[in-house]
Design a protein around this ligand. Structure first.
Ligand code: S3P
Length: 199
């Protein structure tokens, strides 16, 4: 799945000319996608501080919209309602510029989300090896897709295999952050973002 540790890669979308033609705002957003536990939120916060961008997490927007935690939304209203709110949150945040946007792990399953995020953003897929991601996810109680599974590690792998092609299609660049400190991963992410906007 991952190539080399700490490796970054330009994907088919990550061509500076194609990106330039695509991006409709200045400065474009830096969008982090990837599976649960990849470090999107912690790396995203550091990127935002260094770039002096605003930081937004789509899960937090959804929680604010519903006035409930993600776990409560899944439990009381179901995943479908969560995905509905997520689409609204992504549409709103994608209209802005100069934001670092950390997304929920399933955001790329909805083509409308991908379309919106791509309009104004360079998309970076943050990858981490399973053991490290599971360790970061911790007790899993805030991740209903894992906490409800009988064998979380197996469920994790199954979802990851299913989703990887979606991440690959949506992303401009990919960074394997396994073994990297948050500040190191942020530095590599910013370098990819700069490459994406031709700096
Ligand atoms: C989800 C990932 C979570 C959150 C929700 C669903 C997913 O976000 O959006 O529990 O489908 O992978 P993180 O990736 O930030 O954990």
């Amino acid at each position: 799945m991952c190539d080399r540790i700490g490796e970054s890669k330009r994907l088919a979308n990550g061509d500076a000319e194609r990106l330039d033609a695509r991006l409709g705002c200045n400065p474009p957003n830096l969008v982090l996608i990837g599976f649960m536990g990849a470090g999107k939120t912690s790396v995203g916060r550091v990127c935002a501080r260094r770039l002096r961008f605003r930081f937004t997490d789509t899960d937090l927007l959804v929680e604010r919209m519903a006035d409930k935690t993600i776990a409560q939304i899944f439990e009381e209203d179901g995943e479908e309602q969560f995905r509905h709110l997520e689409q609204i949150a992504v549409a709103r945040i994608s209209r802005r510029c100069g934001n670092v946007i950390a997304t929920g792990g399933g955001v790329i399953l909805n083509p409308v989300n991908v379309h919106n995020l791509r309009r104004n953003g360079v998309i970076i897929w943050l990858q981490t090896q399973t053991e490290e991601a599971l360790r970061r996810v911790g007790d899993r109680s805030s991740r209903p897709l894992l906490s409800e599974a009988e064998y979380p590690a197996k469920r994790f792998e199954q979802l990851l295999v299913k989703r990887s092609p979606f991440y690959a299609r949506a992303a401009d660049y990919r960074l394997d952050s396994t073994g990297l400190r948050v500040s190191e991963a942020a530095e590599s992410v910013i370098a990819l973002y700069r490459k994406g906007i031709g700096l």
